[in-house]
Design a protein around this ligand. Structure first.
Ligand SMILES: Cc1ncc(COP(=O)(O)O)c(C=O)c1O
Length: 284
């Protein structure tokens, strides 16, 4: 199936998109991105993703992007693609200089690339039975709050998880503070309270994480933004991941340890159902 893309306002199949070798996204990972879920042909949590996109651009000082126009183009591309279930990927790089220099080139124009990809939910079964994860040292840089395409540490962590037969790697800092997954946020239930790492430069402010905070509040579930330590994982009764395509994913095993009774826990299931319900309302 052909994937429809938009490169700097020009529509074409993704397979025909060419970017210059001097593009800084390619050379330096000097770029930011967003991924939005599409449910029944409509983009989910659009305002939240656009706000984060704007913040990422500002944080790394990419200028000259018309966010309103980019947003209109994203919506048009979704319509034109006909995709009902899937995602839209949006990447903005600092553009290409006339030669390779680390400092910003004086006249680069940002490169904007979008594409829409249809899929059948790949996680439906795992969401029902729960998934396994490993833990790994967090070797990323100090601005993980920026959604940049500089993802080498995340790539290596994700590959290590895959090779261990797991869906995700949960990352921890040298002092044992758990941060997040390589491409997901995560939550734990400890002593009856749901905990997740507070927003800081150590984690991405996950859009799904934000929604789950709101869903927990309206369901009367006690949820605190509070650090979980690696040692706490031995005592949690539940763990779950959140992310745009992952949604709310129960974890039933961490490294060699079974979580709870090895089945998705009650709080996770309630939040999973609350998530499904708001998506149902959105698509009706
Ligand atoms: C490092 C990291 N943390 C968390 C998330 C989850 O964020 P969101 O809920 O916005 O998809 C992602 C998503 O790609 C991520 O890359």
């Amino acid at each position: 199936m052909q994937i429809l893309a938009d490169l700097n306002g020009k529509r074409m199949p993704l397979s025909e998109v060419m970017v210059p070798a001097l593009d800084r996204g390619f050379l330096f990972g000097d770029a930011i991105y967003e991924v939005l879920r599409i449910y029944q042909g409509r983009s989910w949590l659009l305002d939240e993703h656009w706000q984060r996109l704007g913040r990422s651009l500002e944080s790394i000082r990419i200028q000259g992007v018309d966010l309103a126009r980019l947003r209109a183009r994203a919506l048009d591309l979704i319509d034109a693609s006909g995709v009902q279930e899937g995602m839209i990927y949006i990447q903005v790089t600092r553009g290409a200089g006339v030669r390779r220099t680390h400092a910003f080139p004086p006249q680069a124009t940002p490169l904007e690339l979008l594409w829409v990809e249809g899929f059948t939910d790949p996680y439906a079964e795992q969401r029902r039975i729960g998934t396994s994860v490993i833990t790994l040292p967090d070797i990323r840089w100090d601005r993980c709050d920026v959604k940049s395409t500089n993802l080498l540490a995340n790539v290596l962590g994700s590959q290590a998880a895959k090779e261990a037969g797991c869906l995700e790697a949960l990352l921890y800092l040298p002092d044992g503070t758990m941060t997040e997954g390589t491409h997901t946020s995560f939550f734990g239930v400890l002593d009856g309270q749901v905990l997740t790492a507070p927003n800081s430069n150590a984690i991405l402010p996950g859009i799904t994480r934000g929604l789950v905070l709101r869903l927990a509040a309206s369901a009367g579930i006690t949820l605190r933004e509070h650090v979980l330590k690696r040692d706490d994982l031995k005592r949690v009764s539940e763990l779950f991941l959140t992310g745009t395509t992952t949604e709310v994913m129960p974890i039933v095993r961490v490294d060699d340890q079974t979580i709870g009774n090895g089945k998705p826990g009650p709080v996770t299931l309630r939040l999973q159902e609350a998530y499904r319900e708001v998506v149902r309302e959105f698509t009706q």
